[in-house]
Structure formats: C-alpha cells, structure tokens
Design a protein around this ligand. Structure first.
Ligand SMILES: N[C@@H](CCC(=O)N[C@@H](CS)C(=O)NCC(=O)O)C(=O)O
Length: 205
C-alpha cells in the first residue's frame, strides 16, 4: 500500500462520507475504496470491530471508528483544535452525533410500516428536537463550532443535519432542526465550504 485507503460502503453518506470529506479537505491523496454490499460478509470479520469506515495507512494497523479516524485526520492536518480542552469539546459533540445515529438506527431496521411510523414519529416528537436543542446550546453565533475555521466536528454535524434535511428519513420532517439556527448555520457554512463543494462535485454521479 503506497497511499492511505479509506474503506467504506458505496454511498455518499454517514460515517464514511464524513471521513472522505475530511481527507479531501486535508489534501490527502487517498484511495476511496467502496465495498460492494455482496462482499461485506467476507470483509466484516477482517475489520477491527466488524464495521466501516476503516482507514488504512502505510505501515500502520487499520484504524476503525469514525470519530477516531476524524480526530486523527484533524490532528494531522490542522482540522482539530490543538488546545486539549477545545479538542475535548469538539469530541463531545462528535460523540453526540454517534449517540443520535445509535438511537435512530433501530428504527431503520423496522420492517412493519405501522411500527416504523410510530417509532420515527416518536423520535421526531421528542428525541430529535431535544438533541438539536442540546447541540444548539453548545454553539455560538459564529460560522463553525470553533469560530471561523472549519474542523472535523463541523463535517460531522453537517453530515447528520444533511441526512434529516434531505427528507429521506420517512416520518421525520426535514424541518426537524429548524428551531436550531446556529446548527443550521454550521450546516450551511460547511455546505458552502470550497473544499466540501469540490468533493461533492467530484463525486457526484
Ligand atoms: N461506532 C462506529 C460505528 C460503525 C458502523 O456501525 N458502521 C456501519 C456503517 S455506517 C456498518 O459498518 N454497518 C455494517 C455492519 O455493522 O455490519 C463508527 O463510528 O465508525
């Protein structure tokens, strides 16, 4: 292996896409390895924790867990605070995004339509608005979490807001975070960032 490999599924969302965006913004020349779903059962036991994304770096063992990958990229390339306390604050928000994914995840696997609707409507009624408010209370009126500079935490927040704003989570209104103007500003600013736009244009199909 001569250059870093970011291994994820073949879709432009969630934990893998946020790592790809971070690598792109960092200017890292990496192999964007997209695992076909049919090949996943074979690969799964070979990954550190049975999940993707995984970042492979020349001469190092595979690194899993999206937040660990993002923080590593961020530290190497000036996309994570150097100040330890500020870094911990960013990591807390990143972990809170993972809390959300783990809370919403089970509702994605419900096949009964009535049960799915009930679970999603309940998330949209209580958990998601509260999640948004809690994040909102951690943000300022500046463009990004850390002021006027984009960090990996901003990419993580962007990806989660984009998922809901896309309207693809049935029974959850795309306006679910509309009561969070600071969070929505971060979302907008990341979407307008030249590096993010360049990645999205490059990978658009
Ligand atoms: N905490 C892990 C969660 C990883 C995870 O659940 N990844 C999903 C894709 S977003 C996955 O690999 N799903 C397939 C499976 O678990 O078999 C992280 O942040 O990377």
């Amino acid at each position: 292996m001569s250059k870093p490999r970011l291994i994820y599924f073949d879709f432009a969302g969630s934990r893998g896409e946020e790592c790809r965006i971070a690598l792109h913004i960092a200017g890292v020349d990496f192999d964007d390895v997209r695992v076909p779903t049919a090949e996943w059962p074979l690969l799964k036991p070979q990954t550190p924790f049975g999940s993707l994304p995984v970042l492979e770096l020349p001469g190092k063992s595979p690194l899993a867990q999206s937040n660990a990958i993002l923080v590593y990229i961020g530290r190497q390339h000036g996309l994570h605070p150097r100040n330890d306390f500020e870094a911990a604050q960013h990591e807390a928000l990143m972990d809170y995004v993972e809390d959300l994914r783990h809370t919403v995840g089970p509702s994605l696997r419900i096949s009964d339509e009535t049960q799915k609707r009930a679970a999603r409507e309940e998330l949209a009624r209580v958990y998601l608005p509260t999640w948004g408010t809690n994040v909102e209370n951690q943000l300022t009126d500046q463009s990004f979490v850390g002021g006027d500079t984009l960090h990996v935490v901003d990419i993580k927040l962007y990806m989660i807001v984009r998922w809901f704003a896309s309207g693809t989570v049935d029974h959850v209104p795309p306006t679910v975070f509309d009561h969070c103007p600071r969070l929505k500003r971060v979302f907008r600013e990341v979407g307008e960032h030249s590096g993010v736009k360049a990645w999205l244009e490059r990978t658009a199909r």
